[in-house]
Design a protein around this ligand. Structure first.
Ligand code: MN
Length: 285
C-alpha cells in the first residue's frame, strides 16, 4: 500500500498516477490524552488504518497525484536517525575532498556510529527545500529511508525486517562546514521524505534497489542499495543496539557517491526502485 499525506493534512491512497482521499480512515486512531505515547500515531496503528483504507477506497474521491501537494508521509516521527558514509564510493569521494568537508568526522560508520536529525527539519516533496546560509555550500544526498513499524530494542539482523513498516525516499540535505552533522543537517526542510510511505510488502527485499537523483535533468547520483556497507537489517540492528526504536522512527541509510551542490531554482528528481519518484523544488529560505 502507498499512503500519502497531502494538502491540508489529508490522507491519500496512491494507485498508479491517482490518489484517493481516504482521510476518514484516520477516525480509527485512538483518542489520546497527554502525554502522548512515543512514536507516530499513524504508523503505530498501521494495521487498523490499512483495513479502513481498503474499505473506504472504492468510494473515495480520486484525482491525479500531480494535482496535490505532497507533505511528509509521516507527521510525527519520534526521531530521524541517519547513517553517515555508508557507501564505500561516497566515503572515497569524501576522503578525496577532505578540505571541502573541513576534515569533519570522516570515518567508517563502525567508528562514527549514527546521528540524529531534528524532527523540525522534516518536509514533504511538495514543500520543497528552503536553502539557508547561501554563502556556504549545500549538497543533495538521496537515501533509502526505513520507517520502523514496531517498538524494537536490540533486534538481531535476522529479525530486523520484521520491525520495518515500509520505506520512503529520503533527501538528507547537507550544509557543508565544521559543525556537527546533527546541526548542519537539521535546518528546516533539510529532511525531505516522500513521495509516500510504501509498505514493506510492496518493496520486498530492500537490498537490491536502484537509486537515482538528477538535478535539472542531469543525473548526479546513480547507485543500488546492494552497495550499502551496512544494509537495512544491519542498520536497524545497529540503531536498536543504542536507541529503542518506536513506530514511525526513520532511519536514513546513507547516500551513495555523486553528491553535489544545489542552488535556489534547482529542481531535484529522486527515484528509488519500487518506492517511487518525487520532484522537489529548491528555493531560498
Ligand atoms: Mn546522508
Amino acid at each position: 500500500m502507498r499512503l500519502a499525506r497531502f494538502g491540508n493534512d489529508r490522507l491519500g491512497l496512491v494507485e498508479g498516477d491517482a490518489i484517493r482521499d481516504v482521510t476518514a480512515a484516520l477516525d480509527v486512531l485512538p483518542s489520546y490524552r497527554y502525554p502522548l505515547p512515543p512514536g507516530d500515531m499513524l504508523v503505530a496503528n498501521l494495521a487498523a488504518i490499512r483495513d479502513r483504507v481498503c474499505a473506504l477506497a472504492p468510494d473515495a474521491v480520486a484525482c491525479p497525484v500531480s494535482d496535490v501537494g505532497l507533505r511528509s508521509p509521516l507527521a510525527n516521527p519520534g526521531k530521524l536517525v541517519a547513517a553517515p558514509l555508508n557507501y564505500q564510493k561516497h566515503l572515497d569521494e569524501v576522503r578525496a575532498n577532505a578540505d571541502l568537508h573541513h576534515n569533519n568526522a570522516i570515518n567508517t560508520i563502525d567508528r562514527t556510529g549514527l546521528f540524529l536529525k531534528a524532527t523540525s527539519s522534516l518536509a514533504g516533496a511538495g514543500d520543497g527545500i528552503a536553502l539557508d546560509h547561501l554563502e556556504r555550500r549545500t549538497d543533495h544526498e538521496i537515501e533509502l529511508a526505513i520507517v520502523i513499524g514496531t517498538r524494537a530494542k536490540r533486534v538481531s539482523p535476522a529479525d530486523a525486517l520484521s520491525v520495518v513498516a515500509g520505506y520512503c525516499i529520503g533527501l538528507d540535505i547537507s550544509l557543508r562546514g565544521p559543525e556537527e552533522r546533527s546541526f548542519r543537517k537539521s535546518i528546516d526542510s533539510y529532511t525531505i521524505l516522500g513521495p509516500y510511505l510504501v509498505t514493506a510488502d510492496e518493496v520486498g527485499s530492500p537490498g537490491d534497489l536502484d537509486v537515482c537523483l538528477a538535478v535539472n535533468g542531469e543525473v548526479r547520483q546513480r547507485s543500488n542499495t546492494k552497495d550499502l556497507i551496512l544494509g537495512v537489517p544491519e542498520l536497524v540492528a545497529y540503531a536498536s543496539s543504542f536507541y529503542t526504536l518506536h513506530p514511525g522512527d526513520v532511519i536514513l541509510t546513507g547516500t551513495p557517491e555523486g553528491v553535489g551542490p544545489i542552488f535556489p531554482g534547482d529542481v531535484i528528481d529522486a527515484t528509488i526502485q519500487r518506492v517511487g519518484t518525487m520532484r522537489v523544488d529548491v528555493r531560498g529560505a
